[in-house]
Design a protein around this ligand. Structure first.
Ligand code: SF4
Ligand code: SF4
Length: 487
């Protein structure tokens, strides 16, 4: 049978064998818990607790009045030890709340207790916001915003993204296998909000157990609005635009168009699980499953951990690294006679640790950083499997063009950015790049293409902001002159 898919894309080695059959294990933290105030796209939160306060599990510790934002909750009971800058996964110091765990895991009141009754559909979106739910696949877009499409849009598809196309990661696969009823029930709850929509659970065909578990439930519960749709295994099948294309056959227009503009809402599998938790148990986002994997990890696992736990504790819970580096990262890099840094020769030593998968993950500089809502995986790679090649000149081979799922011309965009010709970058659709890394993966010259597009997008965004600020200042000055002239 021909499985649905999209045009372009690549087939990187899956690397999932070391975790896909490992049941999820719980892990309790040993050290302090650290919560960055920005764990979502949108306005950062501000603390609603102060140093010395006692907090319980599920108690709100930070929030914002902005619509595009999501509150943050304590995942343990204990005492607020500090509010201040701490190192985070991207390698920058960010304002954080630090909580000293008392080890009692004393539960706070549930969101449903506060509500006082079983939630009605009209209260779902408010509760989802109150639970701090964001896109748990890594995008971290607040879910209540996604579930509030612009007036006039008709939602015809709610798609649960169970593709998990990033190599190495198995956290969504395990969730769908081990708790399938929560995914189907979560989707049913969302469908109550969109009476004209059908629900599709989209899964890559390399997850037969998850497909079987979910299809079995859908058949048993006989909800005619829900189906499970296996997809061809191809990266980046889980990207929103690729899923919309392969499920509905529709193309999403370039930004600022949203999936809702083509009648679609896409929810990651874990996000759907969190919706179920919030609406049926009143639980906010306090935990998540993380695949801790890669050929440098002694015993790869899927761990369910409280948010705020340090990445080092996750590595320790997996037996540390295979080398005897004492669990340290980054490793000491010996210097050659010419003074150049050499990659460590020790077998099993990590040379690269990523938050996320190898295609879109973020290289980390330290393991002493906290897990946040969007952390789906920790991938530690040895020199053998890490992709550290020297960049060469473009060979004009056109491979990047063939694989780009957004039908862009990656080489042209790259040249435009390197010439700092951001107008050309924009004119050729650079802002539509989804940073999937398919072009870089296939490039024989190891061009640093994704970094180039990130730079291009940042420059265009900064120029747009500056132009908007200048236009606003001009309009204000004109208004002031007019007011003075009238006096
Ligand atoms: S140009 Fe962007 S969207 Fe296209 S393959 Fe490269 S990273 Fe992906
Ligand atoms: S794949 Fe690499 S070498 Fe080939 S055209 Fe694209 S950027 Fe140039």
């Amino acid at each position: 049978m021909k499985l649905p898919t999209f045009l372009g894309g690549v087939h990187p080695p899956e690397g999932k064998a070391s975790t896909e059959d490992k049941a999820v294990e719980g892990l309790l933290p040993k050290g302090d818990l650290v919560y960055p105030l920005s764990q979502h796209i949108g306005a950062p939160c501000v603390p609603v607790v102060a140093k010395g306060d006692h907090v319980r599990v599920g108690q709100k510790i930070a929030d914002s009045e902005a619509f595009v934002s999501a509150p943050i909750f304590s995942s343990v009971s204990g005492t607020v030890k500090e509010i201040g800058p701490r190192m985070t996964i991207p390698g920058s110091l960010e304002p954080c709340i630090v909580i000293e765990n008392d080890g009692l895991y004393e539960e706070g009141p549930s969101l449903l207790e506060e509500l006082g009754h079983k939630p009605e559909p009209g209260e779902y979106v408010k509760l989802i916001r109150a639970a701090g739910i964001v896109g748990m696949g890594g995008a971290c877009f607040p879910t209540h915003v996604k579930l509030s499409p612009p007036k006039g849009s008709v939602i015809r598809w709610v798609i649960v993204n169970g593709a998990e196309c990033e190599p190495y990661l198995s956290c969504d696969n395990r969730l769908m296998q081990e708790r399938p009823e929560t995914i189907v029930r979560g989707l049913e709850l969302v469908l109550e909000l969109f009476p004209e929509a059908r629900g599709v659970i989209a899964i890559e065909n390399n997850k037969p157990k998850a497909i079987e578990a979910l299809s079995g439930l859908v058949a048993k519960w006989k909800n005619p609005r829900i189906s499970v749709m296996p997809h061809k295994v191809k990266y980046p099948q889980g990207a929103e635009k690729m899923l919309i294309w392969s499920v509905t056959g529709q193309e999403t227009p370039p930004p600022p168009a949203l999936p809702a503009d083509v009648g679609c809402i896409i929810l990651n599998a874990r996000t759907t699980y969190q919706i179920w938790l919030a609406l049926t148990k009143g639980q906010p986002v306090t935990d998540r499953i993380i695949s801790v994997t890669g050929d440098a990890v002694a015993e790869p696992k899927n761990l369910e951990v409280p948010l705020g736990i340090s990445v080092q504790e996750l590595i320790d819970a997996c037996g540390g690294f295979k080398s005897n580096s004492g669990g340290k990262y980054p490793p000491e890099t010996p210097e050659s006679n010419s003074g150049e840094k050499c990659p460590p020769e020790t077998p099993g030593a990590p040379v690269k640790v990523l938050a996320g998968g190898p295609m879109m993950g973020l290289a980390m500089r330290s393991l002493d950083v906290p897990v946040v809502k969007g952390t789906s995986g920790i991938l530690a790679l040895t020199a053998k499997s890490a992709w550290i090649a020297e960049e060469g000149a473009c060979l004009r081979c056109g491979r990047c063009v063939e694989v780009c799922p957004m039908r862009l011309e990656p080489t042209l965009l790259d040249h435009a950015v390197r010439r700092r010709d951001y107008a050309e970058f924009e004119a050729h659709g650079g802002m539509s790049c989804i940073e999937c890394g398919s072009c870089a993966y296939t490039c024989p010259a190891s061009r640093h293409l994704v970094q180039s597009y990130k730079d291009g997008k940042a420059a265009v965004t900064a120029a747009r902001r500056a132009a908007a600020a200048a236009a606003k200042a001009k309009a204000e000055a004109a208004q002031k002159l007019e007011t003075e002239a009238k006096k």
